[in-house]
Design a binder for this molecule. Structure first.
Ligand SMILES: Cc1cc2nc3c(=O)[nH]c(=O)nc-3n(C[C@H](O)[C@H](O)[C@H](O)COP(=O)(O)OP(=O)(O)OC[C@H]3O[C@@H](n4cnc5c(N)ncnc54)[C@H](O)[C@@H]3O)c2cc1C
Length: 479
């Protein structure tokens, strides 16, 4: 290259060096940056589904980042605290059949500890209480009706004679059906005719049994009515649901997610807004916001592990199959109300299971002894009521529920904390297992955007984790 006369020598050397060495390498870096992703995998959501998936992927050697909108991990399985006390805002226990949860806990040195059994169940039907006394040796303040033996069961006043006859005649038939379905997977059961668990049991045992026993139990446990719950879902998870040996982790239910997150690269306060496929570059782009501002990252594959009713708002141009499926995903809403008993006259742990004729606001109340020696009260709101009040402030909400709670507890109590869940649990309505099976049948290892969450498996932590592990297998290409 001929040096222009006005340029000094050192300038010309610099230009030559730049043109022959720096420029090509810069170009190479730019090309490399454009063609290669920032991460192999990005997982959106640090709940048990997302963390389980990310942990599996990082063990396989991939470079993984988890983006989480909150400032701590766990999602609906997290231990919170107020006033020096710990409480479980969402999931409260694991069960002996949760084999993936247990294996992970074992691997991460998370000790599993038992939760004391509920000693009494009080069924509240209209304005009456019926106490199923499992703690005969202890004193109770409000025992109204004790059912210890089959003969007492036959005498219960809230079931009609006809219902009792049905129970005696048909219990064998129902048992045979349970045996027939036992061990069948959700995919196998998705092919079977499905109705609601309410209708199935109403058909077998009568309306008052379904209304007064089944619906309140399902409502209290799942935050939605048995009328909306698939019978096949119940059959598919019978092993889990029949076990009542409640367990947790030493330090609280959130401990497992905390340990998982400690082993991963998690970016907190990172709210994902859009996930788009860049077909030219064969990558997935993620736009998210942090307290500092808007950011963008790319990955080879992305696992979206947020509640299913939020997914469509995140995906730019979803496939028709994803659109059809996610349009059908529905969640219940609830708020957990944590109170302390002022009179401390509750001698027992007691689960109040409440029929809609007794309260249209509260579905169940659990009274338990805490580690400080006082009684704690935890109430679950009914879905429809929760939807109405979910955006009200705490003071208004307390005014709305105080009367019902007082009637149920007949105690002096203080409301300490309200935890709202606008997406509490996925609704596994009759036919939903079939929709899941159809959606999953179209997933391949070529997919760059994969999904995980309890709404794809079963409405508890083990279901969420199973779906995360499955998504990770697809991402690696081992499904
Ligand atoms: C009140 C209640 C009681 C329950 N009781 C039990 C129980 O006793 N036992 C049991 O096994 N299960 C129970 N469950 C169910 C269990 O908690 C859930 O099935 C499980 O925790 C769901 O995990 P997940 O990872 O699918 O979703 P989540 O835990 O909801 O995780 C999703 C994560 O994604 C994050 N996120 C959402 N949107 C974005 C975004 N745009 N960008 C970035 N991050 C985002 C969320 O902050 C969250 O951390 C209960 C649930 C509730 C609500």
């Amino acid at each position: 290259m001929k040096r222009p006369p006005e340029e000094p020598l050192h300038y010309s050397i610099f230009v030559r060096f730049y043109q022959t060495a720096v420029e090509p390498s810069l170009l190479f870096v730019c090309y490399y940056k454009i063609m290669n992703p920032d991460y192999d995998y990005i997982v959106v959501g640090a709940g048990i589904a997302g963390l389980g998936a990310a942990y599996t992927l990082s063990k396989k050697g991939g470079e993984v980042l988890v983006l989480e909108s909150q400032s701590s991990p766990g999602g609906r399985m997290k231990t919170n605290s107020y006033g020096g006390k710990k409480y479980e805002a969402g999931a409260g226990f694991i069960l002996p059949h949760f084999k993936n949860i247990r294996a992970l806990a074992d691997e991460l040195g998370c000790k599993i500890v038992p939760i004391p059994k509920t000693k009494n169940f009080t069924f509240m039907i209209s304005d009456k209480r019926y106490l199923f006394d499992l703690a005969k040796d202890e004193e109770s303040n409000f025992a109204v009706f004790h059912i210890d033996t089959v003969s007492e069961m036959v005498g219960v006043p809230f079931l009609s004679k006809q219902t009792k006859m049905h129970i005696l005649m048909r219990v064998g038939r129902l048992y045979a059906k349970l045996i027939q379905f036992k061990g069948k997977s959700a995919t196998e059961l998705s092919q079977e005719h499905d109705i609601s668990i309410y209708n199935l049991l109403k058909k077998q045992f009568g309306k008052d049994f379904a209304d007064n026993i089944i619906d309140p139990i399902v409502y209290g446990a799942f935050t939605y009515s048995a009328k909306e719950m698939s019978a096949n879902l119940v059959f598919a998870n019978l092993g889990d649901l029949m076990k009542t040996q409640y367990q947790t982790f030493e330090g609280g239910i959130g401990e497992l997610n905390k340990r998982l997150a400690e082993n991963l690269n998690v970016s907190y306060d990172s709210e994902v807004e859009k996930i788009s496929k860049n077909r030219d570059r064969d990558l997935v782009e993620i736009n998210f916001t942090t307290p500092v501002g808007a950011e963008r990252l790319t990955a080879r594959k992305v696992i979206v592990a947020v509640p299913g009713d939020k997914v469509l708002s995140l995906i730019n141009s979803p496939t028709q199959c994803a659109k059809d499926f996610f349009d059908k995903v529905r969640y219940s809403s609830t708020a957990r109300i944590f109170c302390t008993s002022n009179t401390d006259s509750f001698k027992l742990t007691n689960q109040f299971i409440i029929s809609s004729s007794a309260s249209q606001k509260i579905a169940s109340v659990l009274v338990k002894r805490n580690v400080y020696g006082s009684s704690e009260i935890e109430a679950v709101l009914r879905k429809e009521f929760a939807q109405q009040i979910i955006s009200k402030n705490d003071v208004d909400l307390m005014v709305e529920i105080r009367e019902d709670l007082s009637q149920i507890l007949q105690e002096d109590f203080t409301i300490d904390k309200i935890h709202r869940w606008s997406s509490s649990l996925p609704i596994f309505y009759p036919g939903y297992l079939e929709a899941i099976a159809e959606f999953k049948s179209k997933i391949t290892s070529e997919d760059q955007i994969l999904f995980a969450g309890d709404y794809l498996d079963a409405p508890f932590s083990e279901g969420a984790l199973r779906s995360g592990l499955e998504a990770a297998k697809h991402a690696i290409g081992q499904a």
